[in-house]
Design a protein. Structure first.
Length: 307
């Protein structure tokens, strides 16, 4: 019989996974898996469990938020063999789930997908020695995407996000503190200047904002999408930023957008987040795309369309 390791974060979201645990495990067993269940006890616990025992399983499924998924990715990428993974999103944002059309408010539906036979190899990003599933970001707007009210995002979309960005940097002192001088080199394109925000991603959602970087983003093409916001210095710059941001016109002078396999960044000490988690402060970073390196059980689009 095939073996499945199920790791869940009991503190994630509203605790729905704990209420439906027996049903979820039953779904796994009915899919012909011998199931080992593990409840995480502290941050990093899931990663340790996978590193220690993951190679002995045919499938690894985690239930939790983006942080739990980040632990999964950083563990399975280090295993001596490629193991198919499943994800039951139970956090508050769940960007990876949004990007890959996984149900976010239905643990039973997500559990069935997690043990399905429809498996896709997707890209993973690497930030120095740490992997990320969907984004590495810096700047004043990094937390804005996560802090902006979800209802406002749905109603006003990018306008709600943009208003909060402006609020967070209003005033010359705040703007100056937010800026970081840096050079971004992809081998084909070089960006140089002061930036108030940057996101290098493999996703169609960041902080719950859909199509944050590029609605045409392909999640298994071996390329990452880099979106950078240069420091606006004049009213015209602010106007260009607003127009480019709200229309997602990445050719706008208010934004800088580049798609590449690799980004080498030299900068002033800059704090980063990886999948919404603390990524530390860095002055020299290499960010690389690992093409189709993560095998994920996803919803079969053919069956979804025919449902």
């Amino acid at each position: 019989m095939k073996k499945l390791l199920f790791i869940f974060n009991p503190q994630s979201g509203s605790g729905e996974i704990c209420k439906r645990l027996a049903e979820v495990v039953d779904i796994f067993i009915k899919a012909n898996y011998d199931v080992v269940v593990y409840s995480t006890q502290a941050p990093g616990d899931g990663k340790k469990k996978i590193l220690a025992e993951g190679k002995d399983f045919d499938r690894i499924v985690v239930a939790g938020g983006d942080g739990t998924l980040n632990e999964l990715v950083n563990a399975v990428m280090l295993l001596p063999k490629k193991v198919t993974v499943g994800y039951i999103p139970t956090g508050t944002v769940n960007d990876f789930a949004t990007a890959h059309n996984l149900p976010k408010n239905n643990v039973i539906a997500a559990a069935k997908i997690a043990v399905s036979d429809y498996v896709v190899d997707v890209d993973v990003g690497k930030f120095e020695n740490t992997y990320f599933s969907y984004v590495a970001a810096f700047g004043v707007a990094t937390n804005v995407a996560y802090d902006t009210d979800q209802k406002a995002k749905k109603r006003w979309k990018f306008l709600a996000y943009f208003v909060n960005v402006v609020r967070s940097i209003v005033g010359p002192k705040k703007l100056k503190r937010a800026c970081r001088k840096m050079t971004v080199d992809t081998g084909e394109t070089v960006l140089k200047g002061e930036f108030i925000f940057g996101a290098i991603s493999n996703s169609r959602s960041i902080g719950g904002v859909k199509n944050f970087t590029d609605k045409e983003a392909v999640l298994n093409d071996g390329l990452l999408e880099g979106l950078f916001i240069p420091r606006p210095k004049t009213l015209k710059d602010w106007d260009q930023l607003k127009k480019g941001f709200l229309s997602r016109d990445f050719a706008s002078s208010g934004l800088a957008f580049v798609r590449a396999k690799k980004f080498e960044i030299r900068c002033e000490p800059t704090a980063w987040t990886l999948d919404g988690e603390n990524g530390g402060s860095h002055e020299h970073i290499v960010i690389t795309a690992y093409k189709q390196s993560l095998s994920v059980a996803l919803s079969d689009p053919d069956k979804t369309e025919n449902a």
